[in-house]
Write a new protein. Structure first.
Length: 266
């Protein structure tokens, strides 16, 4: 018998067996989707349930439109009731949800550096939230202010999701300022940098926006695989040396993975 609950991240304290069996039926049909549907005999054999039990479960799910019966061969497939419920999920996991703020505060405590949560808006990065450590020297990042894509760690994450032509168009139509000696100001130099970011799964602002400030950022994905946000760790260059970056990256990636799961990414 395959019990899909065995692979779940959470184990219920008070499991309801009948409900669990019904969910196992739905998950199996989902994982074995076809236009012909799935038969009662197949569900019975795979889930180690009696055919009468499977039939009763399907009959109840049919009433809720969670499954549909294919009368040509008496098999079952998922119904539109499941889609109707699932389509509301993204609206309940929005970027305005404050449930992830404690995650950022925890990351800040672990790294002892400033944590920034930002999104892209009108070809700029907007920092929606930041968590600051209880130390004297820390990164000066403003909440709500617009920051360029091409010279910030979070901004370069969004650029890395664009095509080569889109990156070239961005540099053509954007006001590019040489903020520091390290600022990348041309598409030709940026394209290899973005390829590296896409391959490594993180970006670094190596004093490209502010002299003396280094940031490392990891993307947050939504249910469609799109980058919807980024979390960065920023600090003075004397502290954000390579060893510090190597130490904080696993923590940063773990936090971004948790947040991506919150937005439906698998």
């Amino acid at each position: 018998m395959t019990n899909f609950l065995e692979n779940s991240r959470y184990k219920p304290k008070y499991p309801v067996q009948t409900l669990g069996k019904a969910l196992d039926v739905l998950i199996y049909i989902k994982n074995n989707a076809s236009a012909d549907g799935v038969s009662i005999a197949e569900l019975s054999e795979y889930l180690n349930m009696g055919k009468s039990t499977v039939h009763r479960l399907l009959d109840t799910l049919l009433a809720y439109n969670f499954v549909e019966k294919t009368y040509a061969n008496a098999s079952y497939k998922l119904g539109w009731g499941i889609y109707d419920i699932g389509s509301s999920v993204p609206f309940q996991h929005s970027l305005n949800n404050t449930n992830f703020y404690p995650l950022l505060e925890e990351l800040c405590n672990e790294c002892s550096e400033t944590i920034n949560f930002g999104i892209m808006n009108n070809n700029s990065v907007v920092i929606l939230y930041k968590a600051e450590p209880n130390i004297k020297i820390r990164a000066n990042v403003n909440i709500g202010g617009n920051e360029p894509l091409y010279c910030t760690a979070i901004g370069k994450l969004f650029l890395s999701s664009l095509s080569v032509q889109e990156v070239k168009d961005y540099f053509i139509h954007s006001d590019i300022t040489n903020y520091t000696n390290n600022t990348i100001t041309t598409a030709e130099k940026m394209i290899p940098e973005l390829a590296k970011i896409a391959q490594n799964g993180y970006s670094i602002d190596n004093e490209e926006f502010y002299a003396g400030l280094i940031c490392v950022a990891v993307p947050v994905y939504d249910y469609s695989g799109k980058i919807v946000a980024g979390i960065s760790i920023s600090g003075p260059s004397e502290r954000m040396v390579q060893k510090k970056i190597d130490d904080v990256l696993p923590l940063l990636k773990k936090s971004c993975e948790k947040l991506s799961i919150h937005f439906g990414y698998r």
